[in-house]
Design a protein around this ligand. Structure first.
Ligand SMILES: *[C@@H]1O[C@H](CO)[C@@H](O)[C@H](O)[C@H]1NC(C)=O
Length: 463
């Protein structure tokens, strides 16, 4: 291929070498024309393209310039779905923290896992998602080996896009989707679904081929209403909904791009039932029950998801894995005892406590992911994902309450492959700046309120 190419170039060079002196002025002329008017007619040649524009798709030209029609197309997706009455009637409720007076509504247990999980039988992986990331959930459920609770943000026609995906995943993909995953829906009151939320898709006659084909070729299934309309993402509403809806006592509030080490759920339950044997905790000062959560360290890898700690350690040694956000936010995920953690293998197939700590300086900006129970405070639903640092008020509350963070020795989470690097500030979406300001304002308000409620503590600074 390349040989052929260079031979052709050589032939052209020999043929046209007489005219070489014309080359420089011609190129200069072309460049001039491009820089004056070419930007309009050749949007993707010499200029850099926006990432959305460079998405390869056969339907792009047809739909690309018609983003305002996406609403209509979204409704068409709903029209292509056959709906039926659910076995148990569905209910509309408010979100866990802001309630019925708040700006969001929730449908709990829209589609349930076929298996029921009793309260202390296992631990639930809870997360939130938009249509683009739903295909991670099957792998999460398989690796987790326990129940998964997902809150889906479905404003307006994203309801239709989400259901289209959901029908496919539950009926045509990994068995874990049907067996282990329960899905909940939420949306802002002012952007309700175009079709009735009280009906569910008819799953008795599903055409897998057709659904897969639709998804592959129809860009409108991937381009969400939320993105087109620049809606902020109320991540903490989703987090709270997924947590609240869990049928088990223990939950791991996590993220849809974080994959657990294999068998984390049963291993955690095994650890909890033998906890008194393997924890060397400080004597309690009448604090009953203990205020304690269980930290699962998070890592990033270049390419391959490690199944077990042994595999992760090899990748860490080769620098093909790092702890999460090491390059973009070093203080967010660096945890006390990280050096010890990455050198001690522990007992294969088992989880033990490696150490315990409190979230005090210099770890006061630590945002760990941990297993918790219904006793722990909710996330603040006014903080958006777009505004960053959305878990910081909850962390401040845990600090004021004197929480102990137990670090698990062999449990871990790995972000979807690809190590995140810092983006230049100028290239970052300036639209996000307003949300960052908004989150900072809400954060300040909430932590001041918490300081008043529990009593301020110098060990729990605001920043
Ligand atoms: C489940 O386990 C938790 C923590 O060990 C305990 O507090 C709770 O009472 C248990 N619930 C039931 C119904 O056994």
């Amino acid at each position: 291929m390349t040989g052929l190419c260079s031979r052709r170039i050589l032939r052209l060079r020999l043929q046209y070498s007489r005219y070489w002196f014309m080359l420089v002025p011609t190129v200069a002329l072309i460049l001039f024309i491009f820089s004056v008017g070419g930007g309009f007619s050749f949007p993707c040649t010499l200029m850099t393209c926006h990432s959305e524009e460079s998405l390869p798709s056969p339907d792009q030209k047809r739909n690309g310039e018609l983003s305002s029609l996406s609403d209509l197309n979204g409704i068409e997706i709903c029209l292509s779905i056959k709906f039926v009455e659910p076995i148990q009637p569905l209910e509309l409720t408010g979100s866990p923290q802001l309630g019925t007076k708040g700006p969001y509504v929730v449908v709990y247990n829209y589609l349930k896992s076929s298996k029921f999980y009793a309260i202390n039988e296992t631990v639930t992986f809870t997360t939130h998602s938009t249509p683009e990331f739903m295909n991670n959930v099957g792998t999460i459920a398989e690796r987790w080996d326990g129940p998964v609770s997902v809150a889906l943000f479905v404003p307006s026609t994203d309801f239709c896009r989400t259901l289209h995906r959901l029908i496919f995943l539950r009926n045509c993909d990994k068995a874990a989707y049907r067996e282990k995953v329960t899905w909940h829906l939420y949306w802002p009151k002012d952007s309700p679904p175009p079709s009735s939320w009280s009906l569910v898709p008819d799953e008795t006659q599903v055409e897998c081929e057709k659904l897969a084909n639709d998804y592959r070729h129809n860009i409108d299934l991937k381009q969400t209403w939320r993105a087109v309309n620049h809606l902020s993402y109320p991540i903490n509403v989703g987090r709270n909904v997924a947590r609240q809806a869990s049928t088990t006592w223990f939950v791991l509030p996590s993220d849809v791009e974080l994959f657990p080490s294999i068998g984390l759920a049963p291993q955690f339950m095994n650890f909890i039932s033998h906890q008194s044997n393997n924890l060397k905790m400080p004597p309690r000062l009448n604090k009953d029950p203990p205020r304690r959560v269980y930290v699962v360290p998070v890592f990033e890898v270049k390419e391959i998801l490690p199944n077990k700690k042994e595999e992760l350690i090899i990748q860490l040694a080769r620098n093909s894995a790092v702890y999460f956000h090491r390059l973009v936010c070093p203080h967010c995920q660096r945890f006390p005892g990280i050096r010890k953690w990455i050198t001690e293998i522990g007992t294969p197939g088992q989880i033990h406590a490696m150490s315990w700590t409190q979230r005090v300086p210099p770890y006061h900006r630590w945002e760990p992911i941990f297993v918790c129970s219904p006793r722990e405070p909710l996330y603040d639903e006014l903080l958006s994902w777009d505004g960053l640092q959305d878990k910081m008020t909850q962390m401040h509350e845990l600090c004021l309450l004197g929480y102990e963070f137990v670090i698990l020795d062999r449990a871990f989470l790995v972000h979807a492959p690809g190590i995140k690097r810092p983006t230049r500030r100028s290239s970052r979406n300036s639209e996000r700046d307003a949300f960052v300001k908004e989150n900072a304002r809400i954060y300040e308000q909430v932590v001041t309120m918490l300081d008043t409620k529990y009593g301020a503590n110098t060990k729990c600074p605001h920043h």
